[in-house]
Design a protein around this ligand. Structure first.
Ligand SMILES: [Zn+2]
Length: 120
């Protein structure tokens, strides 16, 4: 007894193909950008990568101001990260305070944690 079954072909193959093409394209652009960056190019705040001799980005930003913006953004991020860490440590400390208050950890252990968490 031979049974033939037809497998349904879905439309997904064409969209999978275009997805693959898109990915290939974005990888190609990524590689191009890497090449430009290695050869002294610069990345604008808008995400465009421009060659080193290009003074203006397509978005209208100048190289100098774009680089200054990125630098200050980096500083902001570091500052924000530090504040977040401090906040997180405070939360942890509060948890330890609760543990101390409920008698789960000793005063000594709490003080130790406090020093650990407050000295960054
Ligand atoms: Zn730009």
């Amino acid at each position: 007894m031979i049974q033939t079954s037809y497998q349904q072909t879905s439309n997904s193959s064409s969209s999978a193909l275009s997805r693959a093409a898109n990915q290939y394209e974005s990888e190609r652009i990524h590689k191009e950008n890497e090449k430009v960056l290695i050869s002294g190019g610069w990345r604008c705040a808008c995400g465009r990568v421009n060659a080193s001799y290009v003074g203006f980005c397509g978005c209208g930003e100048t190289k100098t101001s774009a680089l200054a913006k990125i630098e200050s953004k980096k500083e902001d991020e570091i500052k924000k990260q530090k504040e977040e860490n401090e906040l997180q440590n405070m939360r942890k400390l509060l948890e330890f305070k609760n543990l101390l208050d409920s008698g789960i950890i000793s005063e000594e252990e709490y003080e130790k944690k406090k020093i650990e968490l407050l000295v960054i």
